[in-house]
Design a protein around this ligand. Structure first.
Ligand code: ITT
Length: 194
């Protein structure tokens, strides 16, 4: 069976393909499809935005689609960057600029107050079926400096709780066991098998 991963984010896509390879699903993405639309993320929650993206793409192509809306939530910043994670520092979606902005806002803030979590909402939409949503999260702390070269987005400044490493220091396999995306996908897989 074929599923469209309704994302234009290459970092997300690599993780989906790797996690989904254990299931009997062929994952194609919006990066493989010509002229795929940019779905406007007008929701105020990760879940709302995931549903908007999954339903728009599933309707357009007449196929099953999974969308991921995710981001970093920093307690000291009242949950920011949250649903604005991709464009926190501007419309060009620069990971480096986003990281810099978070570090600047946390300058001088003590370790005890640097708690954060990654959150991921997934929506699965299929023509003629009710959309299904699940969420996953992973707890951690924001570092003082970027560390590590793996992953994408805010991974270099996210120190994983209970590991002495940032998300960007974990291998792909390690990240895909514990990440917000992996947790959400496991829940989705369970629902689908049920
Ligand atoms: P699509 O909407 O096309 O899927 P996007 O990058 O715009 O791509 P989001 O609106 O969901 O997606 O924004 C997610 C942002 O949150 C992403 O750009 C990263 O900055 C951050 N993020 C999400 N998951 C992450 C992860 O596993 N590691 C690091 N940063 C992550």
């Amino acid at each position: 069976k074929e599923v469209i991963i309704a994302t234009k984010n290459a970092g997300k896509l690599i993780e989906f393909q790797s996690i989904l390879s254990q299931y009997d699903l062929k994952a194609i993405s919006l990066l493989d499809l010509e002229d795929s639309p940019e779905v406007e993320e007008t929701g105020s929650t990760f879940e709302e935005n995931a549903v908007l993206k999954a339903e728009a793409i599933s309707k357009l192509y007449g196929k099953m689609a999974i969308a991921d809306d995710s981001g970093l939530s920093v307690d000291y910043l009242g949950g920011e960057p949250g649903v604005y994670s991709a464009r926190y520092a501007g419309a060009e979606k620069s990971d480096a600029a986003n990281i810099e902005k978070v570090l600047l806002k946390l300058k001088g803030v003590s370790k005890e107050e640097r708690n954060a979590r990654f959150r991921c909402a997934l929506a699965l939409s299929e023509p003629g079926r009710e959309t299904v949503t699940v969420e996953g999260s992973v707890e951690g702390y924001i570092t003082e400096e970027p560390v590590g070269g793996n992953g994408f987005g805010y991974d270099p400044i996210f120190l994983v709780k209970d590991k002495a490493k940032t998300m960007a220091q974990l291998t792909k396999e390690e990240k895909n066991k514990i990440s917000h995306r992996a947790v959400a996908l496991q829940k989705l897989a369970k629902l689908l098998n049920a």
